[in-house]
Design a protein around this ligand. Structure first.
Ligand code: NAP
Length: 480
């Protein structure tokens, strides 16, 4: 008969508490030994106190005893880390969590974590330490909440050369972009001012520079989907960390989530006008994270992108996540490629706790079978080159706004035609959209063929410098 597995927890909040309840519900299999939190006096921890037999301590007590409540507890087999970045210094809030993880790993404890920041930045070091100590690290909960994409990559896709991973990995951005059209609906509700902590009125939104974006962002804050400072989500940092974890597994190349490796752009410049405009052209705008293998190179990016209205990702709305994976044909073996789309709740306490629980169950089995299985290739040298932002090639959409005067359109096409062959941009379609604005400013859209971003960047710089666009031109990639 298998023995009970001892579990200790670092942190026990939104994600940790539902996990605690799941573990307590399986007391024949698991005994929770020690739970470390910020302030154990809070009522939310009553469920831990009433469970009995669990040592509930504050992080300051834990630190005073140099982490020995867990590292020195011979009956703790698995440590679940769900603190996030709490407890570190302002400059590097996650450094402390990294230290705590390394300490328990070196003490021979298996680890389960939901921490995308620590793994994407220090995954190589953590997996190397785990291999040295002969322990497993479960990290399914670090990407896409309830979608078991890490397990799928490591198991189902193991024998397939992956060509592309493309997904909606940030539910906040997807919620905001899918909610924005609601702003223009008759009787659109204002966000709850009390929950938002600021005065709101129809005028305050109408006077904003991007009313529908601000309105949808405030609704996301009220729904608990966006932080007071939403930049980590809306500027693409969260999705870049998740993409770096998936790409490191899929391409056996440790990818740091730096801006250089994973260029990203914010959803904030997207307006209701853009959503209306792309709709007329048969597209929708989705916040995508893309990793694509091209020969010996991999391209990674996180941007709001255009996808066709009939694309499976186009219909993923609200706070949901979806991830599309495509393999490349195996030379001489398979003629075509395989592809799959996974869909589910990307965040939320219970959804994420199910991913943690599944890792705990998996490690329980590995302990019983004496198996250690970490993605050690994560630690290997780079197998692929990472393509710089300027060299990434994709078709795109350019929106610019000009005074309604003769010749302006021609000047734009001349700029896009470039001065040399290497600067030439292939124009696919041009749309002049008088009906979208009153007055003498007219937005227009030019769609272009596959072009290196550096070439697009230089051309758009000329749009601004030469005054053919009175607003910063907007460039969005088109993903097929
Ligand atoms: N929430 C989600 O939907 C979600 C989804 C995917 C992944 N994650 C990841 O899961 C992790 C936890 O997120 P969460 O939303 O559950 O956070 P949370 O609700 O803020 O909970 C954090 C927990 O850590 C405790 N804590 C704070 N400082 C601590 C310290 N110095 N030492 C030990 N414990 C400390 C907190 O205690 P006090 O409250 O007593 O201070 C609380 O129990 C993060 O890495 C996050 O990125 C979350």
């Amino acid at each position: 008969m298998s023995r009970r597995i001892g579990i200790s927890m670092l942190g026990c909040g939104t994600v940790g508490l539902p996990l605690f309840r799941m573990l307590a519900n399986r007391e024949q299999d698991f005994s929770v030994r020690c739970v470390v939190v910020g302030n154990p006096e809070q009522a939310k921890y009553d469920v831990i106190r009433t469970a009995g037999g669990v040592k509930l301590i504050s992080s300051s007590e834990y630190d005073e005893r140099n982490g020995q409540d867990i590292a020195g507890d011979s009956e703790t087999d698995i440590v679940v880390e769900v603190i996030g970045g709490s407890g570190g210094s302002e400059g590097d809030p996650f450094a402390k969590t990294r230290e705590r993880l390394l300490q328990v790993i070196r003490a021979g404890k298996h680890v389960v974590t939901a921490n995308k920041t620590v793994l994407s930045s220090w995954g190589t070091e953590i997996f190397a330490a785990a291999d040295d100590a002969g322990v497993n690290v479960g990290f399914e909960a670090s990407v896409a909440g309830s979608i078991p994409v890490i397990r799928l990559l490591r198991e189902h896709w193991r024998g397939q050369p992956i060509r592309k991973i493309m997904g909606i990995m940030n539910g906040t951005c997807n919620y905001i972009l899918s909610s924005m059209p609601g702003y223009s609906q008759p009787g659109a509700a204002l966000p709850d001012a009390a929950k938002l902590g600021k005065e709101v009125s129809a005028e305050s939104y109408a006077n904003a520079s991007n009313p529908a974006m601000l309105w949808a962002l405030d609704h996301a804050k009220v729904a608990g989907l966006a932080e007071a400072d939403p930049s980590f989500d809306v500027d693409g940092h969260d999705a870049a960390q998740k993409l770096s974890i998936l790409a490191s597994i899929a391409f056996h190349t440790a990818v740091q989530p730096t801006e250089e490796n994973i260029p990203r752009s914010s959803i904030l410049p997207i307006s209701l006008e853009d959503l209306t405009l792309v709709h007329k052209l048969g597209f929708v705008i989705k916040p995508l994270a893309v990793a694509e293998k091209k020969g010996n190179d991999i391209e990674l990016r996180v941007h709001p992108c255009l996808v066709k209205q009939n694309h499976p990702l186009a219909n993923v709305t609200g706070a949901y996540n979806a991830i599309y994976i495509e393999s490349e044909p195996i030379k001489g073996v398979t003629e075509g490629f395989a592809s799959q789309l996974y869909y589910g709740q990307g965040a939320g306490g219970e959804a994420t706790a199910t991913a943690l629980f599944s890792d705990v169950m998996e490690i329980q089995q590995r302990i019983q079978n004496g198996v250690v299985s970490n993605p050690s290739y994560y630690c290997s040298d780079k197998k692929f080159n990472i393509v710089s932002c300027d060299d990434q090639v994709s078709p795109g959409y350019i929106k610019s706004v000009s005074k309604d005067e003769p010749g302006v359109f021609m000047r734009k096409t001349v700029i896009l035609y470039g001065e040399t062959e290497s600067d030439r941009i292939d124009i696919h379609q041009i749309y002049n959209l008088h009906e979208l604005r009153d007055g003498d400013l007219v937005p227009d859209v030019i769609t272009i063929g596959p072009t290196p971003f550096g070439t697009v960047r230089r051309a758009l710089g000329r749009f601004t410098d030469e005054g053919v666009s009175v607003e910063e031109p907007l460039f969005l990639r088109i993903e097929n």
